[in-house]
Design a protein around this ligand. Structure first.
Ligand SMILES: *Cc1c(COP(=O)(O)O)cnc(C)c1O
Length: 368
């Protein structure tokens, strides 16, 4: 029987093996493993790719968000507005700053932060908004930025799933005060370990972020501010430089695969993704009333699926101590959690495999 994973990192490695192996070999020969020239080069390449002035490499997407919050001056008693329908890492760093995440519901079509609910969530303690460009599609940035400006709030874009996505004509990550990227292996641009990036157009922020990532260090043993060890490895940077050159092609492949799914899954009792803005299809997420049974059937057919995410953040055990957490009513988020299913999508997914996946879904509905 066929075995189709949700993401196939091995197939990608084999397609670019020679260049990757050479890049790794070079790092081993140079034996400078932390930061250094490869990291500086990748920062420049990534800034150019996004169309921003400054890119500061970090140890992960989570630490990138933490640093952006610190650089925004978020601290004890502040509130930061985030969607509840996202990965935990969007909200965790807020708590590490001593601040409180405030959760809003999402739009039922795009699954992104419902910008119309923002104003009602703002209090005198609100300092920032973190829109997440979920699954690879940008949140409604015009409205979010307008509200942020009106209330003097910082906007930190969570671009962990949105490398190469666009909001209207703007690349994801160019509109907020900061944008944070993750290079977790399974992301659209993935390292071979943990890595991340903060981008910004503000020079002062960039300088401070750079200090914060590396022990607040100006000179080797001169520490200007209390910082962190949130640096990127040279190995990851060298690998990411090799991959970045292919990202546009890979994104096109993801978009083609998404269009094919849309076509193959027509006229079934499922909801296929609604593309409002130039989608980078980190994930291809459908909605289905019988989600659990469908996932089970696909598994029996050798097809891996995922749920992103099964438990909304406002229902996570780790947040139950937050003030007013029991009062949240986020009906769209809660309904999605029981209906969404992520199908395999990666640039190397073959036509044959995609047809097999679609056929398996079709047969599920005929029999049940
Ligand atoms: C992956 C992810 C993160 C965190 O990135 P890491 O590199 O794993 O720390 C943050 N937000 C979202 C939406 C993500 O998908």
């Amino acid at each position: 029987m066929k075995q189709i994973p949700l993401v196939d990192l091995k197939a990608q490695y084999h397609a670019i093996r020679e260049e990757i192996d050479e890049a790794i070999q070079n790092i081993l020969e140079n034996s400078q493993f932390i930061m250094g020239e490869p990291v500086k080069r990748f920062e420049e390449e990534f800034a150019a790719f996004c169309g921003v002035k400054y890119a500061i490499a970090t140890s992960s997407g989570t630490t990138a968000i933490h640093l952006a919050l610190i650089a925004s001056g978020i601290g004890a008693g502040n509130e930061v507005i985030v969607p509840s329908h996202t990965f935990i890492a969007t909200a965790e760093p807020i708590c590490h700053c001593g601040a409180v995440p405030v959760f809003v519901d999402v739009d039922p079509d795009t699954y992104n932060m419902d910008a119309n609910l923002l104003e009602a969530a703002i209090t005198p303690r609100t300092r920032a908004i973190i829109p997440v460009h979920l699954y690879g599609q940008c949140a409604e940035m015009d409205i979010i930025l307008e509200i942020a400006r009106k209330h003097k709030l910082t906007v930190i874009e969570d671009c962990a799933q949105a490398h190469g996505a666009k909001y209207k004509s703007f690349p994801a990550g160019t509109l907020g005060d900061f944008a944070c990227f993750s290079f977790f292996p399974g992301k659209n641009l993935g390292a071979y370990g943990d890595a991340g990036m903060v981008v910004t157009n503000n020079e002062e922020h960039a300088t401070r972020l750079r200090l914060l990532t590396n022990h607040g260090r100006k000179l080797k043993y001169e520490h200007e501010i209390i910082g962190y060890n949130y640096r990127m490895d040279a190995l990851q940077a060298a690998i990411l430089s090799v991959k970045l050159k292919r990202l546009a092609t890979w994104t096109e492949a993801r978009r083609r695969i998404a269009r094919t799914y849309n076509y193959l899954l027509e006229n079934l009792p499922i909801v296929t993704p609604y593309e409002e803005y130039w989608h980078a299809y980190h994930l291809y997420v459908i909605q289905c009333e019988e989600r659990d049974n469908l996932a089970k059937r696909l598994k029996e057919n050798g097809i891996a699926t995922g749920i992103h995410y099964p438990v909304p953040l406002h229902q996570q055990p780790c947040f139950q101590h937050l003030p007013g957490i029991k009062d949240y009513r986020l009906p769209v988020t809660e309904k999605l959690a029981s209906r969404i299913l992520s199908l395999p999508i990666y640039p190397e997914l073959t036509n044959d495999d995609q047809n097999y996946i679609a056929e398996s879904i079709r047969r599920f509905f005929i029999k049940s």
